[in-house]
Design a protein around this ligand. Sequence first.
Ligand code: DAH
Length: 339
Amino acid sequence: MITKIESYINDCKHFVAAAINDVEPFRIKYLGKKGIIADLFEEFKNVPRENKKDVGQKLNELKDIVQEKINEFKLKFEDTTSSLEAIDLSLPGDPVKTGTRHPISIVRNEIIDIFKRIGFTVSEGPEIEDDWHVFSALNFPAEHPARDMQDTFFIKPEDKILLRTHTSSVQVRVMENSKPPIRTISPGRVFRNEAISARAHCIFHQVEGLYIDENVSFADLKQTLLFFAKEMFGEKTQIRLRPSYFPFTEPSAEMDVACNICGGKGCNVCKYTGWLEILGCGMVDPNVLENCKIDSKKYTGFAFGMGIERITMLKYGVNDLRLYFENDIRFLNQFKASF
Ligand code: DAH
């Protein structure tokens, strides 16, 4: 009988429960009413007296081992089941923060999208430019104040290499490198030697527009800009063009949109005029066309240039330019990109 009990002991020692469900059958097999141990105790009654002590000890040993195994596996599985219960696997996971597009990028993409819909391509040029593309080809007289060190960051003053002060330089490059019809917009960064404040910054973004073909008129310019204003600020948006001056356009104008904050009634944003200036524009000066080897007798065209920061300010009510560059995520998180 001792060998039989020892073989049970051996079996028990090697018992491994793969899951909590394996523990109860094991308990019943050994400790159940009709289990192995109950049978062995039945048998024990017939063990001769002199052997009772040894057999009894072995039997108790078996009982202890069975109990230990049951406890061991109960503990193991109870632990994991209780922590499994604490985790609700049906709950959604922690969201992965993907960040948001910068408001300047959102508005730039929206401007590109609007002009693409009426056939404009996108072209880009270098940020480090020469005097010709930024000033001379655009009909700036030699003594024009914009060339002054106050406004322009010169990289190599002796070679007249500088950071472009406007994206109008790209229209020169496009005209030099392609033939009309030309219909393009040029978004990009520009640089001016300005003191940083809520209303001015030394780095900002512009979008330049250029349309050159036969018979392009001021009416085309006005309709194009009206379409843009309505798409950008809403169907009811009104525009007005005021005469202005730029060396590279003749005639030149500045365009205002009706203030979308007060609806044109007058408020501190529009300085109680009801209008907000958003861009400069005009018919490309024949001198500029000729500088770029385009026949000014055959072709006419219009150009316009707008500041992306300004449009973004008006669209979203941002009142300080510096916010765009501070990378404060509390500011940036407020802009949800549809572009
Ligand atoms: N380049 C001008 C600026 O930086 C903006 C501008 C005005 C661009 C009139 C144009 C234009 O193409 O026709 O202020």
